[in-house]
Write a protein that binds this ligand. Structure first.
Ligand code: MG
Length: 276
């Protein structure tokens, strides 16, 4: 059977192939072979071979300010209630304190996590260390954002929250660190009493059907608009003692930590997420 290709068919084929390679490139770690395949598309002398027209990215209305949720975001906390959250310990409704539009940690009832589960996402949240904070080192405004909560307690991958405004601690445990794995690139934290922001891009780990690791987790983090983690590749789940490890999991909740230290509890506001 003869198959005839006209120029439109060839162009469409070239574009689809090019899109597929670009998709693979963005999804997986780049390999020499992947790059070589992508570069082949540029060998064509037809400018249309390297132009993509479909699918068209969805129209999204941005928030008025950078910190405001875009139209396609899931609002996890807007100051009114904690309906999107449950206690990590038993899955019952979260009972941290909601007052004057902010959510304050209740250390007595423990960490909370989202009812929803997520894989890859963009996350925004704001936190405030109280102006009357006391303590030092790790016992001063300690909390955390677990980018995927894999179980009770501190199971998962923790982006540290801590008051490091004139408070020293180990650098891979300070604010902006992936706990005990990645030292932040800078310390842009504001002083206690001021609101601070995290903007996070999380790429979840991928596991094979035999539960082995196919690709590790990656994260990019801005603290107060300053890049503190740049596409960091995680070694596994973060741990207080011992080696990080990967254990196969699917979509997970996002967890906020109630840390056991005695310092005054911190607060959160304006939490939203855009699944990717
Ligand atoms: Mg912590």
């Amino acid at each position: 059977m003869n198959i005839h290709f006209n120029s439109t068919t060839m162009q469409s084929f070239a574009c689809r192939s090019f899109q597929r390679v670009l998709f693979l490139s963005s999804f997986s770690l780049l390999t020499g072979a992947t790059i070589a395949r992508a570069q082949q598309q540029y060998d064509s002398t037809d400018h249309r071979a390297t132009e993509i027209y479909t699918p068209v990215p969805p129209v999204v209305t941005p928030g008025e300010k950078w910190s405001n949720a875009a139209s396609d975001a899931i609002i996890l906390f807007d100051g009114k209630n904690e309906d999107e959250w449950v206690k990590v310990s038993d899955g019952t409704p979260a009972t941290w304190k909601v007052s004057h539009g902010i959510l304050t940690v209740d250390k007595a009832t423990g960490s909370i996590q989202t009812k929803r589960t997520f894989t890859n996402y963009q996350l925004h949240l704001e936190y405030r260390i109280p102006s009357n904070i006391t303590g030092e080192d790790q016992a001063r405004g300690n909390s955390g954002v677990f980018l995927a909560s894999t179980g009770k307690g501190d199971g998962g991958y923790e982006l540290q929250v801590l008051d490091n405004y004139n408070n020293k601690t180990y650098t891979n445990g300070m604010v902006g660190s992936i706990y005990k794995q990645a030292v932040p690139l800078a310390n842009p934290c504001r002083k206690p009493g001021e609101w601070q922001s995290y903007d996070i891009v999380w790429t979840a780990p991928v596991f094979n059907t035999d539960s082995s690791l196919a690709s590790p987790a990656r994260v990019t983090v801005f603290l107060n608009g300053v890049l503190v983690e740049n596409n960091f590749i995680l070694l596994g789940q973060t741990r207080y003692v011992g080696k990080p490890f990967y254990s196969a999991h699917g979509p997970c909740p996002i967890k906020l930590q109630a840390h056991g230290d005695k310092s005054e509890p911190i607060s959160f506001r304006n939490i939203w997420v855009r699944p990717l």
